[in-house]
Design a protein around this ligand. Structure first.
Ligand code: GLU
Length: 374
């Protein structure tokens, strides 16, 4: 595939990591932020709609408070984020204003993705901002987000935001130039992949651990983000934030960074929330026949007969993962049966459901309309 799709992209999410906008000593990299503000303003002037997802609140706060390292406690991190987020917005506000742009602070938490009303509501807010040519600047609301309700990293956050606003492309800028065949720091033969059409388990395995000391992400979370984006029908590019005019070059179709090509079918908004917003409460392991049906036939429902194992703690109506025998997640969907019920009816024929659990409201465990294939 050529990169023509990126040239046509109108709504663009750009994510910058802590390592792009701060120096390794934790101080703000003003020239980098200035370049970013200038480039995004220019793209906005060309008629593109820009959403910026920025990390750095904690790192900037840590620096401002004169701490030698990131606090280990949750209140400590939250306090640093509270100090840093204000400073970060102040810098963005000032620099974007230099280039004639209005910006808005949008702080999201996992709840905004998990709760369907809040998910829809955030979409409306973004829509209203973009209509007024405002550039939303998004971060996780680290000050109030409890650990178990955190998205935790802005790579995944950017893909969620891209889904919420129905973006054409999500560009993740980092301190690496893209996805390599191996770790470029330890393997001189590692090659940069220009395009990935299928995020295979091998590709995931090569992604390795987390990045630099101030950052949360690393290639692992970037690949998770790529999976979310491409399954939602959104292209995603990982590129180096240090390269000059890198966003403009990507949007000119130049061969920079790694492009993860979106799957053809754009998920409907509801299905997107289902797959990537809703909290995953458990999982079912399905047999090869069921796998075949899901992949080859496409869009079929999941019946009890194909289920070999059930894990988690969930009720009917919750979102669960569907995994193959090797543990790879292949789909997500809304279950019609609870964990307790599924444990009893797994492997059974549809005609046996009522005998086993005393009722049968549905034939399907997950109906095809409530199933998203990843
Ligand atoms: N939200 C965090 C911050 O602004 C960073 C998360 C990340 O680096 O992905 O400090």
């Amino acid at each position: 595939m050529n990169r023509e799709v990126l040239v046509r992209a109108k709504r663009i999410v750009v994510k910058v990591g802590t390592s792009t906008i701060t120096y390794p000593n934790g101080k703000t990299n003003f020239s980098q932020i200035d370049r970013l503000a200038r480039e995004l303003s220019d793209l906005s002037n060309q008629g593109k709609e820009i959403i910026l997802v920025t990390s750095g609140a904690i790192a900037v706060g840590v620096n401002r408070l004169g701490l030698s390292e990131k606090p280990k406690t949750i209140p400590g991190k939250q306090a640093a984020a509270a100090v840093g987020q204000g400073i970060l917005m102040h810098v963005y506000e000032k620099l974007f204003a230099e280039y004639g742009q209005i910006v808005a602070q949008v702080l999201l938490t996992k709840i905004d993705a998990v709760d369907r009303h809040r998910y829809t509501n955030s979409r409306n807010t973004f829509q209203a901002l973009l209509e007024q040519k405002v550039i939303p600047i998004v971060n996780e609301n680290d000050v109030v987000a409890l650990d178990e309700l955190k998205i935790g990293d802005n790579d995944n956050m950017s893909a969620l935001v891209a889904g919420i606003v129905d973006a054409d492309v999500d560009i993740i800028l980092s301190d690496v130039a893209g996805l390599y065949t191996a770790n470029p720091q330890s393997n001189p033969d590692a090659k940069l992949l220009s395009e990935v059409t299928d995020i295979t388990p091998e590709i995931e395995a090569s992604a390795g651990g987390v990045g630099t000391k101030n950052a949360v992400g690393g290639m692992f979370t970037k690949l998770q983000a790529a999976k979310t984006a491409v399954s939602s029908g959104i292209n995603l590019v990982i590129a180096s934030g240090q390269e000059k005019n890198v966003i403009t070059r990507i949007l000119n179709g130049e061969n920079v960074g790694t492009l993860f090509v979106s799957k053809e079918n754009r998920l409907q908004f509801r299905k997107r929330w289902l797959a990537f917003g809703a909290r995953i409460m458990g999982k079912i392991v399905v047999d090869d026949g069921c796998m075949y049906a899901i992949h080859k036939v496409g869009g079929c429902s999941i019946l009890p007969a194909g289920i070999i194992q059930v894990e988690g703690c969930f009720d009917a109506g919750n979102t669960i993962s569907v995994v193959d025998k090797a543990g790879h997640e292949i789909a997500r969907g809304l279950t019609n049966y609870s964990f307790e019920e599924l444990t009893q009816i797994k492997g059974a024929n549809t005609s046996e459901i009522e005998n086993i659990i005393g009722h049968k409201h549905f034939d399907e465990v997950i109906h095809r309309d409530n199933l998203v294939i990843l």
